[in-house]
Design a protein around this ligand. Sequence first.
Ligand SMILES: *Cc1c(COP(=O)(O)O)cnc(C)c1O
Length: 428
Amino acid sequence: MSINAALFERAQRSIPGGVNSPVRAFKAVGGTPRFIAKAHGAYMWDAEGQRYIDYIGSWGPMILGHGHPEVLEAVQKAALDGFSFGAPTEREVELAEEILKLVPSAEQVRLVSSGTEAAMSAIRLARGFTGRSKLIKFEGCYHGHADALLVKAGSGLATFGHPTSAGVPPEVVQHTLVLEYNNVEQIEQAFAEVGGEIACVMIEPIAGNMNFVRASAPFMKRLRELCTQHGALLVFDEVMSGFRVALGGAQSLYAQQIPGFVPDLSVFGKVIGGGMPLAAFAGPAKVMALLAPLGPVYQAGTLSGNPVATACGLATLKVIQRPGFFESLAQRTQSLVQGLVGAAQQAGVPLVGDSQGGMFGFFFADSLPQHYQAVMAHGSDKFNRFFHAMLERGVYLAPAMYEAGFVSAAHTDQDIADTVSAAAQALS
Ligand SMILES: *Cc1c(COP(=O)(O)O)cnc(C)c1O
């Protein structure tokens, strides 16, 4: 038995399914998960010493690659001064100021430890601010695993959702309405029917949890108008897209296309922690003032604003602000996607792809899907075969076709070229 297989067998005895987050188990693609022993730059090594070019980057945080020297130094220095105090620190203030500088829509920010916590808290805040209960989300968008968000569409448009997880009481999701991504008619109808009861609309502006799907500018514009008109808050879940698709997140891209565009609340995670448990939610001071200890909306965390995590996040945010950082990351990501599409053309396999900043997706299809049903309409069989063929060739893609991919600043042109030639072999 291989070392990875032996570890997986052992893991399954002490940990449910052998993993601490389900996608790591390779259930969607089959086969044995690789147990990672170490990572450096653009590479990870498994327990058998096999090297992989890493296109997951811990699902987004590792935008600088693994073990960036400046980040390592900041973390080591912070660790020497103590792991956690349960009291305020100057570094939390510095990180908050840094986030607010880069995200003009936000005047205040609260730090938490995971994207799940941040999204859950943002919804509580939106409900507290509006005094309303209902929320709209979109099929295929993931906002963490809070009860009210584990929901699929009901039978009719205005019917509220059904839980997608056991253990979630139907009453908990009765206020959650699930609509189709990029469908203007559906949001218009939903607001026409229950607009006055909607606390917030939560959306991944560039969805990375159904592969890679952009919300169209006309859809986003209409969503903004409807939220404003009906007094609902527009909540951008930028846990994945924030500081990843552009320095100012996806919202900076919509602001370029829609004059004056801003979301009401924003949710961040992944890159802002640089690989440490750190996330945040942010918005206008008048909304954020409702949070405890100032206001009646309760929210707290023993490890929130952790001194080592904030050091890691701060060092990461410093590096990504250097001139040309995003241009060069975007250019390498584009050349990867173009290379994959080219290799597929040569092999006569239909494949399309898209990218923004350091985030990308590709589909075994003739055109880019616009919503979840269209993403899932293409069977996973081709993707799964491709995934394993790439893994065998030392390229680690996300182990499910409904996940986005990530390029880091540590990926070289040679890494991209090696990946494309592995893809050419795999596809033929
Ligand atoms: C990863 C992710 C989350 C959840 O973050 P965790 O830190 O895993 O809890 C929420 N929203 C989006 C868009 C994400 O990609």
